[in-house]
Design a binder for this molecule. Sequence first.
Ligand SMILES: *[C@@H]1O[C@H](CO)[C@@H](O)[C@H](O)[C@H]1NC(C)=O
Ligand SMILES: *[C@@H]1O[C@H](CO)[C@@H](O)[C@H](O)[C@H]1NC(C)=O
Ligand SMILES: *[C@@H]1O[C@H](CO)[C@@H](O)[C@H](O)[C@H]1NC(C)=O
Ligand SMILES: *[C@@H]1O[C@H](CO)[C@@H](O)[C@H](O)[C@H]1NC(C)=O
Ligand SMILES: *[C@@H]1O[C@H](CO)[C@@H](O)[C@H](O)[C@H]1NC(C)=O
Ligand SMILES: *[C@@H]1O[C@H](CO)[C@@H](O)[C@H](O)[C@H]1NC(C)=O
Ligand SMILES: *[C@@H]1O[C@H](CO)[C@@H](O)[C@H](O)[C@H]1NC(C)=O
Ligand SMILES: *[C@@H]1O[C@H](CO)[C@@H](O)[C@H](O)[C@H]1NC(C)=O
Length: 537
Amino acid sequence: MLAPLLLSLLLAASSVLSTYVPQSETCPTTSLVRPANGLSDDEETYRVARKVIADESLKAWLTKTNSGFGTAELPAVALTTSGGGYRSLLSGAGVIQGLDSRDSDVSTSGLYQALTYQAGLSGGSWLLSSMAGNNYPTITYLKEILWKQAFQDSLLDPAFLLVAIAYAEIIADVFGKEAAGYRTTLTDPWGRLLSYQLLLGPYGGVSTTLSSVSSLSSFTSYSVPFLVITSLGSKVWLGDCIPGPNATTYEFTPYEFGSWDSDVSAFTPTKYLGTPMSGGRATGKCTTNYDNLGYILGTSSNLFNNVCFDVPVAENSSTNLDTTLAQIINDVHELTTEDLYATYKNPFYNYISSTATPNIANNISAQENLSLVDGGEALQNNPIFPLLQPARNVSVILVNDNSNDAGGWPNGTEILTTYVQSFNHGLTRMPFIPSVETFISQGLNKRATFFGCNATDKIMIVYLPNSEYTFASNTSTYQLEYSETETDEMLANGVGIATQGGDSAWGTCLGCAIMMKAGQPLPRDCTACFAKYCYYD
Ligand SMILES: *[C@@H]1O[C@H](CO)[C@@H](O)[C@H](O)[C@H]1NC(C)=O
Ligand SMILES: *[C@@H]1O[C@H](CO)[C@@H](O)[C@H](O)[C@H]1NC(C)=O
Ligand SMILES: *[C@@H]1O[C@H](CO)[C@@H](O)[C@H](O)[C@H]1NC(C)=O
Ligand SMILES: *[C@@H]1O[C@H](CO)[C@@H](O)[C@H](O)[C@H]1NC(C)=O
Ligand SMILES: *[C@@H]1O[C@H](CO)[C@@H](O)[C@H](O)[C@H]1NC(C)=O
Ligand SMILES: *[C@@H]1O[C@H](CO)[C@@H](O)[C@H](O)[C@H]1NC(C)=O
Ligand SMILES: *[C@@H]1O[C@H](CO)[C@@H](O)[C@H](O)[C@H]1NC(C)=O
Ligand SMILES: *[C@@H]1O[C@H](CO)[C@@H](O)[C@H](O)[C@H]1NC(C)=O
């Protein structure tokens, strides 16, 4: 334990400095849980309003790209960024720079403005949160104002952390949350540390919650795609440590948290996460501020359970990050395996959704707590599931896969697993994905590929794997520091992923993929594009 005097100073500091600690307030009169029988009214309003604006941008981009495109009917387009730590954050950021008309002048510039949805997982959720939590500035702005410095002298390096003022603030936050009656875990200091790299604003953007994103100007004006962050549930009550391939998939949006999976099939307002509930009702007062954005992006990237029942040893002699985080938690309570997870009061405790199919093997209604981990742990590193939901009506997904499957590069395993698992989750819109052998033998893991070309009832997937254009961007997931030059090089290579190395025919080909199933006139060039990029099974 820390000395009592130091502890009281830290607690005093936490109440003055920080808004990390969850608060109690009177519950709203509206329901706190709903069955997953469609989108929430709020998201539906957003989706419809956003589509109108996205359509204008898509029309402008298509017209600029090739005068042969008919644009009377336009599909909804989405983007996913995979897990993969800073490798994925930086590669994915470069892709977005290459799609953003505010930030580049290449063949794909303007498509970011045409997106209706954007999903992120783990490292991809860091990128998405850094954009959203800062009201969607350009990638270049984030790079110059925040990332370059933060990634170079990273607080994730204990050598920097232990001397940084942020260290005391983070300890105060963790103590404050625990003292307020909320169980803290390794995810708390982890999320707080990441926030200093990703969020502007005092104390590492500590006052930013996921629900607060919905009041930012980019969001209220529908100027940006609707965001979704994914995570997985671990069946700790069955002794599971790492989620299996059938794991429950959860999603977080500024409005709601929950799962479409048949055994949960329910949602709760993100703003009231942390509230003890039973049967869909709060058992006491409502909790707010549990949805700290750092905690949520820390949840999506919580890999601590990879060590599973081997709880990190808390000792002060090592400079290992896990150990440093464990030391912080060990000061507030004795470490247990529960500390390896991001923990949430189960909003669906004793609640049976009218749209759920009971599953005795995974009875989430019976669980008081949810133990969430990195969304990529079940070999599904691309957050595609939320976009296959018919209610979201997405027709085209740009899948930017920056996974480390072999040698720091993707090999198709992740998107193939998503395809295979889509059947177990009742999702019917995923196009056929071939074997890893096919990915490798045809080089589909190194260049853009269109999946779903001939399947009219499936979504079109434009697969954009991380590949070397101008820089060896297969950096380790565990590389926690990037020099300013490396940050620049990773981003520039990411622009290369978006533009396929500046291939002059690519803009039109990408337009052909987006418009292939829209029933509109296509430029003659599309025939050659489909021959080159479509995968036919
Ligand atoms: C869904 O998308 C299709 C194809 O883009 C469009 O025709 C249809 O109107 C959309 N439906 C809704 C409810 O948005
Ligand atoms: C749920 O979490 C709380 C701490 O937040 C803990 O006290 C309780 O024992 C947990 N319940 C179960 C069934 O593990
Ligand atoms: C580790 O902790 C012990 C006891 O608290 C202290 O004496 C020692 O100096 C610490 N070592 C390091 C490397 O901080
Ligand atoms: C699941 O748990 C809930 C709450 O404890 C209980 O009411 C329900 O009967 C259980 N369902 C199954 C299928 O075991
Ligand atoms: C592909 O990636 C998976 C991990 O995601 C790995 O287990 C497998 O060995 C890789 N296969 C090849 C042929 O590289
Ligand atoms: C990156 O890829 C190259 C070749 O593709 C390989 O030689 C190198 O070892 C890889 N680096 C890492 C960090 O995996
Ligand atoms: C996954 O879930 C499906 C449907 O509930 C079931 O048929 C299948 O056996 C499960 N597979 C595993 C590996 O648990
Ligand atoms: C798929 O569609 C393309 C373009 O419309 C067409 O040329 C091709 O014959 C079709 N292939 C198969 C296998 O159906």
